[in-house]
Design a protein around this ligand. Structure first.
Ligand code: ATP
Length: 199
């Protein structure tokens, strides 16, 4: 699996639809200061579900939509699509290519799509779990992140190893199962109370 293509439209400095192809191996993005290099990695993290405007270097989520320039009007929505080669089926979908898309409108409405079909953010998060690609995973190492990884608490560092070893999915399912179990126990207690009242 590798990142084949990214398409950005109305995202940060990319007012027009912009498409970039990546090849196997190393692809370097070069350009003058302020030309939008970091906006590309922001776009990747955003599609993968980044919810913090601050970590996308903005004040609020609307800041990721192209805000206009001297030459161009602002646009009403921003969209980023990532296309991954999945011929090795690392992603648990029966497609050799997987495209994930996120779109946000100025109204605040947002949409997520997998292969152009609407889905939930949860579906995207689950799709990338334990693949090393998720927004918290180790595939995107931003400026200062190495220092952060080395200096954070050992419990936080552990998350990176858990993702790499492929157990995050199971931990997440266990958490969900425990939550359902707790809900069921509460429901049982309520039923028990009702039965006692009726007796
Ligand atoms: P450097 O080499 O200095 O790190 P860079 O190539 O990584 O720069 P970015 O930080 O990706 O550049 O891009 C910054 C540019 O993106 C700025 O010119 C900023 O005005 C523009 N920009 C960011 N958000 C928006 C937005 N919502 N609308 C329009 N332009 C935006």
């Amino acid at each position: 699996m590798y990142l084949k293509r990214i398409e950005l439209a109305g995202f940060k400095s990319f007012a027009d639809k912009t498409e970039m192809e990546f090849v196997r191996g190393i692809t370097a993005v070069v350009g003058p200061n302020g030309s939008g290099k970091s906006n590309i990695s922001d776009g990747i993290r955003w599609v993968l579900g980044e919810q913090s405007a601050k970590s996308l270097r903005g004040g609020k989520m609307e800041d990721i939509i192209f805000a206009g320039s001297d030459a161009r009007k602002a646009v009403n929505y921003g969209e980023v699509s990532l296309t991954l080669d999945n011929t090795d089926h690392v992603l648990a979908l029966d497609f050799s290519e997987v495209t994930v898309t996120r779109r946000v409108h100025r109204s605040g409405d947002s949409e997520y799509l997998i292969n152009r079909q609407p889905c939930r953010l949860k579906d995207i998060t689950e799709l990338f779990m334990d693949t090393g690609i998720g927004k918290e995973a180790y595939s995107i190492i931003g400026q200062g992140r190495i220092e952060e990884i080395l200096s954070t608490r050992s419990e936080d560092r552990r998350g990176i190893f858990e993702e790499a070893s492929g157990i995050v999915k199971y931990k997440s399912r266990k958490k969900e199962a425990n939550r359902k179990l707790a809900d069921t126990e509460q429901n049982l207690l309520r039923i028990h109370d009702l039965v006692t009242e009726l007796e």
